[in-house]
Design a protein around this ligand. Structure first.
Ligand SMILES: *[C@@H]1O[C@H](CO)[C@@H](O)[C@H](O)[C@H]1NC(C)=O
Ligand SMILES: *[C@@H]1O[C@H](CO)[C@@H](O)[C@H](O)[C@H]1NC(C)=O
Ligand SMILES: *[C@@H]1O[C@H](CO)[C@@H](O)[C@H](O)[C@H]1NC(C)=O
Length: 303
């Protein structure tokens, strides 16, 4: 029932710093600089459609992304960011969402790009969504994990967050960590994203060749349009205008930002326990356990 409590806290503290406070517990409110922008005007300030703009619509405080037989759609932030915390609330496609994927992710523009993904894999009416996460470094992904959720993500908005510093990347659902990707660059020579600023992005598209029940269940277009709603974007990260800002001095000097504090060197005992609970109850697939796929497990999978 922890998540219920956290949700309550989130809705109670309608303050811009609620998620940061949740993450840090002892965080100084005054140092919070999160840009939590409500409403579609806020969306326009931070983002722009990246494909099929006619399928990206504002309605009240929500941005609705539509997939139909003509197209999916996507948006991306105008600025790029290195490290920090990015969060959004999403209400996923209701009813029959089989074959559809809704994504909330960050990715860099470079050809050997870095990327942090939340992908929500739709399902037939009444069957559960899965959340797939992935980490790309320097153009290479293949690090999928899949989780079931402890709620129906189509009934209401839930908060999805990406925390990223030079030590680890944490994927959070309603403030609860579902995945941590630790920097093992020095200990094991595993590449870690730390040099490429990323854009914050969202999209909805047709992926019925793989998404639902391994691709066996196809998108039923008679149930289109498929709509996912986004709102309450929060980006508290080192913001860069690539043309003018120097990434090293602006974002990579230690001690400038809260996510570099020693208290963020590790995820901490409380969040470790939550992660253990999630893995025990909700982990459906972990590439690190897939010996059929990898004759030798990737280096980061060995402790
Ligand atoms: C990234 O990938 C490219 C091409 O695959 C390679 O040449 C380069 O050395 C890699 N960079 C790092 C930092 O691993
Ligand atoms: C869809 O529902 C089936 C049956 O309950 C389940 O096995 C599967 O994991 C669910 N999710 C996806 C994305 O296929
Ligand atoms: C698609 O949905 C329609 C309307 O609910 C239904 O009649 C039809 O059988 C579905 N098609 C498939 C392939 O399931």
């Amino acid at each position: 029932m922890l998540h219920k409590r956290i949700q309550m806290i989130i809705s109670k503290w309608r303050s811009s710093c609620s998620l940061i406070a949740l993450l840090t517990m002892s965080w100084l409110w005054s140092s919070c600089t999160v840009r939590r922008v409500a409403g579609c005007d806020g969306f326009d300030e931070l983002f722009q459609p990246t494909w099929a703009p006619e399928h990206v619509e504002c309605e009240g405080d929500q941005t609705k992304l539509t997939l139909d037989s003509s197209s999916g759609c996507g948006f991306g932030s105008m600025k790029t960011y290195l490290f920090g915390l990015t969060t959004v609330q999403i209400k996923l496609v209701q009813g029959d969402s089989a074959g559809t994927v809704t994504a909330f992710y960050m990715s860099s523009d470079a050809p050997n790009h870095d990327e942090l993904d939340f992908e929500f894999l739709g399902n037939l009416s009444g069957e559960p969504y899965l959340v797939q996460t992935n980490v790309y470094v320097n153009g290479t992904g293949d690090r999928e994990q899949r989780h079931s959720l402890w709620f129906d993500p189509t009934l209401d908005f839930h908060t999805y967050s990406l925390f990223w510093n030079r030590r680890f990347i944490m994927f959070l659902v309603d403030g609860i960590p579902v995945r941590v990707f630790t920097n093992k660059e020095e200990s094991r020579g595993v590449p870690y994203p730390k040099s490429q600023p990323m854009r914050v992005r969202g999209s909805v598209w047709n992926a019925d060749d793989w998404a639902t029940q391994g691709g066996r269940v196809k998108t039923n277009w008679s149930h289109a349009p498929f709509v996912s709603s986004f709102r309450s974007f929060g980006i508290d990260a080192c913001e860069l205008s690539p043309e003018t800002d120097d990434i090293v001095t602006k974002c990579r000097q230690l001690g400038q930002y809260w996510w570099d504090k020693p208290s963020f060197d590790e995820i901490g005992r409380h969040r470790s326990r939550q992660l253990t609970w999630v893995r025990k109850k909700h982990l459906v697939y972990d590439y690190c356990q897939d010996k059929l796929r990898f004759s030798e497990l990737p280096k980061e999978c060995v402790d």
